[in-house]
Structures are given as C-alpha cells and as structure tokens.
Design a protein around this ligand. Sequence first.
Ligand code: GDP
Ligand code: MG
Length: 603
Amino acid sequence: MSQNNIRNFSIIAHIDHGKTTLTDRFLNLTNAINERDFTERVMDSNPIEQERGITIKLAPVRMEYEYEAPNLEFKNSRFILNLIDTPGHVDFSYEVSRSLAACEGALLLVDSTQGIQAQTLSHFEKAKELNLKIIPVLNKVDLPASDLESVSLECMEAFGVSESEIISVSAKTGFNADKVLDAVIERVPAPDGKKDKPLRALVFTSYYDIHLGIVASVRVVDGQLNANSKLYLPSSQTQVNPVEIGVFSPSMKKVNSLKTGEVGYVATGLKSANLVRVGDTVMEFEKKNSVSVLPGYQEPTPMVFMEFYPIDGDDFAKLTDGMEKLSLHDSSLFFKATHSSALGNGYQVGFLGLLHAEIVKERLSREFSLELIATAPSVSYEIVNTQGKTITIASASQFPDPSIISQIKEPIAHAIIFTPEKYLGAIMQLCQDHRGKILATEKVGSRLKLSYDIPLSEIITSFYDSLKSVSSGFASLDYTVKEYRAVDAVKLNILVNKELVEALSMVVVKDKAEMLGRKMVKKLKEVIPRQMFEIPVQAAIGGKVVARETIKAYRKDVTAKLYGGDVTRRKKLLAKQAKGKKKMKQMGSVQLDSDTFLAVLKQ
Ligand code: GDP
Ligand code: MG
C-alpha cells in the first residue's frame, strides 16, 4: 500500500474517558480480531492494568479499513490505520510524548459527562507542540448525564476547534465509531518521510518476549527497515541483528520490510531492556556515522525511590529474581542492592512515579509471591558539600553528615491543576500548605487552569488524594519535573529504645520536621506492642530530640501458667511463637514486626 494510504494516530484522553473501549470498537469495525477471539478490553493485557483500568504499555495496532464515506478523494480505497496508544498516567509522560511523536494526528477524547480534565489539557499541549492534527471526540453520549452542549463549548475554547470538527460517539454502543475512522482518513495527513533517504525509525515503546528478546515498537520515519539488515541503536551503542520484524494486527505478523511511514516491531533478540530505549533512533549499522538521530531523546530518569525488603530474609534471592524479570519488561525501572541493619538485604528501586511504584510492588507480590516491606517513597536530593562537590541521594540513609553539607536541592514539579471555579480557595490553600507557588491562572470555559511550581516531595505523599477530596473529585492534576531548587532540609531520625531505626528515617523540610517527628512517634506508640520493659520512642534531628513518647512496660509470660503442666503443650506454644518471630525484625532489644513498619510507613 502506498505511503498516501497510511494514517498514524493516537488517542489522548484523561483516565476513564473511554480510550480502551473506543479502541475495542475500532478493532470490531476493521475486523482486526474475529468475534471468536474477541475479549473485552483487548488492549489492557496485564491483569493489574485490567483490574485498575489503566494502560501502561502496549503495542501499536495496525488496522485495515475501507473508506466508504462521501469524500471522492479517498472513496473506495483501503487504508492502513496505525493506532499508537499512549499510557494515560502522569508517571509515563515521556512515553506519551514519544508515542505522539510517532503520529501525525490524535483523537482528543473527552468524556461528555465529565468535560475536560487536567490530563486532557496537558496531552493536548504535547500534541500541539508536535504539530499533530487534533480531532476532538466527545464520548459516552449514550449516558443521560452527557452534556454535549457545554462540553462542546469547552472544547472549542480550550482547543481552538470549530463545532463542526467535533464528533460525538458512544464507545460502548459503537455509535459513530466509523465516523471517527473516516475523519482520521480525511483530516490526518499521510506520513511525509523520505523513502530514498537512509533508514531512521523512532523507538516509542518496547517489551520483553522470552523467544524474541526485547521487542521494540518503531515508526519508520525515513527509508526502509529490512528484516535482514544489520541495525544500530546509538543511545546504547548497540548493534542489532533482528530476529524478525513485523506488525501488530493486533497479533504479531512477520513481514520482510517496514516502509517509510509504517509502524511495526523489531524483535532485537537482546536480553537487557536498557539497551533498547524509548526515544532512540533505529538506523543501519553501516550508516551510523552519517545519519543524524531523531530529535527529543531523553534518558529515563527515576523520580521516586523506595527500598524493598523481603519480610522473610530467606526470600532475598526470590526478590532478586523478581526485580530482574520485571526490569526486562521495563527499561525505566532502576534497582540496586542495599542493606539495612533493621531490615536486612533489600533493593533500592527508582520509579517514574508513585503509580509505577505501586504497580511494581503489586506485581512482585502477585507474580513472585513476595511479602515486602517498602520504605516511604522519597525523591532524590542533590547535595552540594563544603568542597563544592554534588552528590545525589535517594534515601535518608545516604544523607551525609550535616557538617559537610553546604546546600541541598530538591526536584520541583511544574503542575497543572484543572478545576471548577468554586474550589479555587480550597485548592490554593492546599497548594500553599504543600509549598506550592502559583505561576498563572487561566479561565477555560467555566473552569480554571492553575499553573503551579510544587516540590515533587510534596506531590508524592497525599497531595493527589487531598486535591480530590477538597474538590469533591472534580479537580485534576498533571505534572512534569522541571528543575532542582535549594531547600532547607534535614534528616529526621527515629529511635526506638535509643536505637536508630534507619528504615524509618526521612529527609524533610526543616519547618515541618518537628511536626512530622511528633506524628511519627505518636503512631509508633500506637503500633509497637508493649514489652517487658519501658521503651522510649524518639524523633531526632542530629543529636537533638524533637519528640518523644514512652511505651509502658507490660508483663506477660505466656508460658508461666503452664509451669508444671503438660510439657508437649508448652513446647508447642513456644514453637508457635518461634514461627511468629520469623516475621519479626530484631531492633536491638525491641522487635518490630512487618505490620508495625507497614502501619508507620503507610501514612
Ligand atoms: P480509558 O481509561 O480511557 O481506557 O477508559 P475505558 O475505556 O477503560 O473506560 C472507562 C469506563 O467507562 C469503563 O467502565 C467503560 O465501560 C466506560 N465507558 C467507556 N465508553 C463508554 C460509553 O460510550 N458509554 C458508557 N456508558 N460507558 C463507557
Ligand atoms: Mg485504558
């Protein structure tokens, strides 16, 4: 098929606005999947993604569609439509931008019962920057709460489109889904790459296959990608002899070549995810010195860090195996071994954001049956020491001695909050409490777009939940990390029975340190079981104790009443206790069990 009959497009939407459902309708319409094989939500393949209704990673789908609408230019011709899906969550905004870069157009899907949300806006801005043709689509028109008139007005204002450009659909019933595909053909330009130029293909996502190795999804920008050519990935300086190349239709179908403008996959045979990076340019090995890379490549940078420790120390090997397997699929997952005197061997893990962290943790527990203790999420800090050298730390345990610190810098996020006007006061208060600085307010229809600078460390705690709660669920948030800025921060230590519990230490803003310290020791007092002796629980900054609680002694000798009784019963009881101890972590003279850690860390 000629380059003129190819359309590459994406769907951008706020979470739950119906992207996956609409994609399913497209697959029905183009018979990409026969009825027998069709399971709802074909696109969300991972069980955790299915349950949560989120899409993190997926392959592009190639559909063939016959245009039958009135436009004579296209009438009765067949088109290849490549739908390149994007992850819907802020954690994955770089992947979103690369997926969009592989397209010429985007469906901007808005739930007509909800209206525009923060993610809709930020994705729109990315699509606009990349010069994509935008097709506004209002979804869920089958629902009584659908308010086409006001949501149309909102779209016209926010996206600068005219009313006639807007298509109303029901992804659920399939109403007007064909009109959307017709519009893609009519309005989205064909890919304009040069077929006579040397090969350049953009990697926009990848996954691991046990037989094929890392499989990269690519969009051929210039030239042609041949199955038998020797390829090269400049950002990891890796040579690739493809195992096979092909297209997702939506199951994998081998082809001999991918031509200019086409979208497909390259099975690299490589076994390490970080050799195949999103945003990299696939080129021919022979031409590697004469071809320039495609613009926009970025190294993946983890934003949120946690430490994982197996509750049962014997499970460390299992955790290692789990981390290695998950990282095969996920080039943005960073991990390195670490050790804590309280929690034993574990890993420090870097994630793109909190959702990413949660999903990884959940997969470790489900797919590898691992019970884990996870430390509180932390951002990374840049610390300039008195000799002018900068080190980056990602956990309180790496915090250097304060006497050698000359400056601490923390990551600042640029946040967009989109909200109905009436919650403005509450949201401004919330942002202020989280050290936010307002940059701009802008009216969009009946709503407000607020731009803020907020320290990332404030956002990764309970900010999002609080935002939802002060706005009755109506405000939405999107953010990207912009820069590092100086902050007055300290390390808050927690001592149980005068011993430092490193796993509970935190880097906190100086102004909030005392308040947080008081909260921590209070919580610990509630959850640490009483022992035979009195236990002081303290929060300290350096040598200075800022908060203290005392857990009173408690006498209980479980075997006392059995003295003189049945020996086997007593042994049984002791054995039961010993088993219970496996889950305990010895804190010097005090044992904290995993539930204690979870209760304190999960606040
Ligand atoms: P995504 O997060 O954008 O992929 O959204 P989903 O496709 O997962 O849809 C979110 C929810 O909205 C699901 O429960 C869908 O069944 C529902 N939904 C999607 N489109 C429609 C529609 O046109 N009408 C109705 N009534 N529900 C829809
Ligand atoms: Mg989805």
